[in-house]
Design a protein around this ligand. Sequence first.
Ligand code: CUA
Length: 319
Amino acid sequence: MILAGSPSVLLAGSPSMLDPHGTEASRLAGVWWLAFGMAVVVYMVVAGFILRGVLRGRRSEQGRSSRISEGAFIWIGGIIVPSLILLVLAVVTVQATTHLRRADKNPLSVEVVGKRWWWEVRYPSLGVTTANEIHIPVGQPIDLGLDSADVIHSFWVPQLAGKLDNIPGQHNVLRMKATTAGVYRGQCAEFCGVQHAKMGVLVIAESPATFARWASQHQHAPSPPDGDETARGQLVFMSSPCAGCHTIKGTQADGTRGPDLTDVGSRLWLGAVTVHNTRNNLEAWITDPQLVKPGVLMPPTPLPPDQLRALVAYLESLR
Ligand code: CUA
């Protein structure tokens, strides 16, 4: 049984650029509201002229001449005013873009590699690797290095920053700074194949103290299994194809085709924000991931029920 779950329980607001929770997103929302405000004014003025024309009807030949000549009207309404509007928008856009590109002091670097159809997340300065869920401290400038391992993806967490592509062979840097703690939903925004729609990402912005605790916990390999079932689960993992594709720090498993599973038990979702990380979903995912996320590159791993239970218990213990 696959439980879809309700993401609204978890997320800080809707993933909309009009609900900014970061410095960069606020600036982008500001540009949007300015453009929207100007468009509304232009719309009202034009609609006003149309309405006036309809109500007044056809002017008679010798009718009262308007206070401003037709030539001046075209010059002002058709050239000067639109030029001013476009000039203001151009200046504001260039200013915002310059600000978004400006490097902050002491940023935390996070490498985000787009892969079909998930995100590898590495913290080079911390020696931590994870997937699909990016922990960041609130108030700290973040430099997200964006790369791709296969096709073009696009990283977009609308509440925190603008959208930037992950392009094979090109290193892009996206800057962001979260201003409020919360879990922010992001999405691959460039069509990249059959599971493009299920290539989600979460940014988990937490207090600097909570982040420091998370980082120090993840710098070490998880402690060895402390129960019979988890120990059996580890054996199942190491003797099955799992270990060929996934890495678990501190074990012989060092595959790199699939996500690093060192902290898989602490993740909120499975399959790049496809289903909640529950025991049932994890069992379903391992048995036949195609049923959960059709087209996924992970092969099915049918296991006898006791081995599956032990494997899931082991994976859930990895935190
Ligand atoms: Cu990756 Cu769309």
